[in-house]
Design a protein around this ligand. Structure first.
Ligand code: DAH
Length: 369
């Protein structure tokens, strides 16, 4: 028992000297383990006389508590040191530049625009460009829609005053074009047949929901020659949808329809599979309307200065945004025009992959997703 003080001093020193949790554990075992110094002393109590035993037992218990207390204090210090060491090795240098990443994305509408131009370009079509602000002659009258024609009501037109200083006059006012069909007339005015053009561009209607926005995009097509027929229309558009959806085969059907500027008029549907969560183009028993088309009305040819007894042709109009939604599975049209970079990062395309018929249209390999 005389050794008790020196034993205590020794153990407490060892606790202080333990440089890490492992050595602290060793100190603990050496003192309090099955064969530890304090444990051995406890065992020795039995050999003492009764009154000595009680006093020595008390002292030993006090010693045990002191050692345990010292170990737990030291453990806390060592644990904190270890954590700090670990944190120091895991620091992030926030001043470093971000991982190399391709910056900038091509908007899906621009991508579809490129794709459509690539497909019709290969078929020999020119690209025609015209104004967004249009007069009523080109947007309506020349397309066989005279004032008060009921079809004008089908389009929720934005009208613009012809002169800011005069009272609004419906007959004289301009429009922001409701469709790209006016480009049929502008092309006939500036070119002699044979004509083979597409006219992609912005169009505007007062409408807003998940599939309609006040500004959207269409592409108009026009082919005029002496012997152009409905069979050419069907073959051309069939080739277009196959190339566009990058499929070898795709079911198509034409339903009779009405547009003032074509006679006969039709709408083209493509075969698809509709489930609650998905729309798969090219297979299945459902149909999806994708464009309007028809043979150019003789009145339209006349309005464009072309003799309908000598020439005939076909026209079509497709919604570019709708094509983008279908091809790239984008559910809400409004998101196209919200300028949210996170959206563009998700749905956009690599600026380095240009669409071509030989190099690939959508460049799925280059898709940044
Ligand atoms: N202009 C029509 C629209 O906006 C689309 C259209 C249908 C254009 C038939 C055409 C056509 O050239 O032949 O709804």
């Amino acid at each position: 028992m005389e050794d008790l003080e020196s034993l205590k001093t020794q153990i407490l020193q060892n606790i202080q000297a333990a440089a890490d949790l492992k050595s602290l554990e060793e100190v603990k075992v050496a003192a309090m383990g099955k064969k530890g110094a304090v444990t051995e002393m406890m065992k020795g109590l039995g050999a003492l006389a009764a009154e000595q035993r009680a006093e020595a037992g008390k002292k030993l218990n006090v010693l045990k508590n002191e050692i345990e207390q010292a170990i737990s204090v030291r453990r806390e210090v060592l644990e904190a040191e270890e954590l700090n060491k670990k944190l120091a090795t895991e620091t992030v240098d926030i001043t470093l530049p971000v991982r190399p990443e391709i910056q900038g994305r091509i908007h899906p509408v621009s991508k579809i625009y490129e794709e459509v131009v690539a497909i019709f370009g290969q078929m020999g079509f020119d690209v025609a460009d015209g104004p967004d602000i249009e007069d009523q002659f080109h947007n309506f009258n020349a397309l066989n829609m005279p004032p008060n024609h009921p079809a004008r009501q089908m389009q929720d037109t934005f009208y613009l005053p012809h002169d800011a200083n005069e009272p609004f006059d419906m007959d004289k006012s301009y429009v922001i074009r409701t469709h790209t069909s006016g480009m049929q007339i502008r092309t006939m005015e500036s070119k002699k047949p044979p004509i083979r053009i597409i006219a992609p561009g912005r169009t505007y209607r007062s409408d807003y929901d998940a599939t309609h926005t006040p500004m959207f995009h269409q592409v108009e097509g026009l082919v005029i020659d002496k012997t152009t027929t409905m069979a050419h229309l069907k073959g051309c558009l069939y080739d277009f949808v196959k190339a566009f959806f990058e499929l070898d085969e795709i079911p198509v059907r034409y339903r009779p329809s009405y547009f003032p500027f074509t006679e006969p008029s039709a709408e083209m549907d493509i075969g698809c599979l509709k489930t609650k969560t998905e729309l798969k183009v090219g297979a299945g028993n459902d149909w999806l309307e994708i464009l309007g088309c028809g043979m150019v009305h003789p009145n339209v040819l006349k309005a464009g200065g072309i003799d309908p007894d000598e020439y005939q042709g076909f026209a079509f109009g497709v919604g570019l945004d709708r094509l983008a939604m279908l091809k790239y599975g984008i559910p809400d049209l409004r998101t196209f025009f919200e300028s949210d970079v996170r959206w563009l990062k998700n749905y956009g395309f690599s600026p380095l992959d240009f669409s071509s018929m030989t190099g690939g249209l959508s460049n799925n390999g280059g898709l940044i997703r």
